[in-house]
Design a protein. Structure first.
Length: 154
C-alpha cells in the first residue's frame, strides 16, 4: 500500500481511497478508518472527488491501477465510457462489450468494481429504467445519479 486517505461525505459516509504501486486501486465506501498514508496521488484523488461532489468536476484524471479478470476489466473500461449525467442498461453494456447475452455476468463484474464513482458503475440501471444492483446500496446509487442530474425526484 503506497497511500490511503479518507473523504467524509455528509450523506454517503466515509470513502476510502487507496493507491497501489501503479495508481489508485480502490475507492470504496467503508464503515471506519484505518491510519492514513498520505501520498500525492491519493491526495489528488481526494481533491478530484471533492470537486466532483461540489459540482466542479465531471471527469477524473487520476491514474488507476485496476485488477480483475479480463472480463471484469473489459466491463469496467466500458463503464468509464458512460458520460457524466447519463445512464445505460446492463443489456446495453453487455452489447457494448460484444457479449449481448452476458447481462448477468456484466452485473456481477460491475458489483466487483473496486473504484466506485471514478469507474461509474452507478450509471448502469435496469432496462426498464429502475435502479438495480449497487454493491454499496441502492440509496447511494440513487444519490449519485440525482446529483449528476440523471434522475429527478425519484
Amino acid at each position: 500500500m503506497v497511500g490511503r486517505v479518507y473523504l467524509e461525505h455528509p450523506v454517503l459516509g466515509i470513502i476510502e481511497i487507496c493507491e497501489e504501486t501503479d495508481g489508485i486501486s480502490s475507492v470504496e465506501f467503508v464503515n471506519g478508518k484505518k491510519s492514513e498514508i498520505k501520498s500525492p496521488l491519493v491526495l489528488k484523488c481526494k481533491k478530484e472527488l471533492e470537486e466532483y461532489f461540489y459540482g466542479d468536476r465531471i471527469k477524473f484524471s487520476v491514474t488507476l491501477d485496476v485488477h480483475g479478470t479480463d472480463f471484469q476489466v473489459k466491463c469496467w473500461k466500458e463503464l468509464s465510457k458512460i458520460p457524466y449525467g447519463k445512464s445505460i442498461s446492463y443489456k446495453v453494456q453487455a452489447e457494448n462489450i460484444g457479449n449481448p447475452k452476458a447481462v448477468r455476468a456484466v452485473g456481477g463484474a460491475n458489483s466487483k468494481n473496486p473504484i466506485s464513482i471514478i469507474i461509474p458503475c452507478h450509471r448502469v440501471i435496469g432496462k426498464n429504467g429502475k435502479l438495480t444492483g449497487y454493491a454499496s446500496g441502492l440509496w447511494r446509487k440513487e444519490y449519485l445519479l440525482k446529483r449528476e442530474g440523471e434522475i429527478k425526484g425519484r
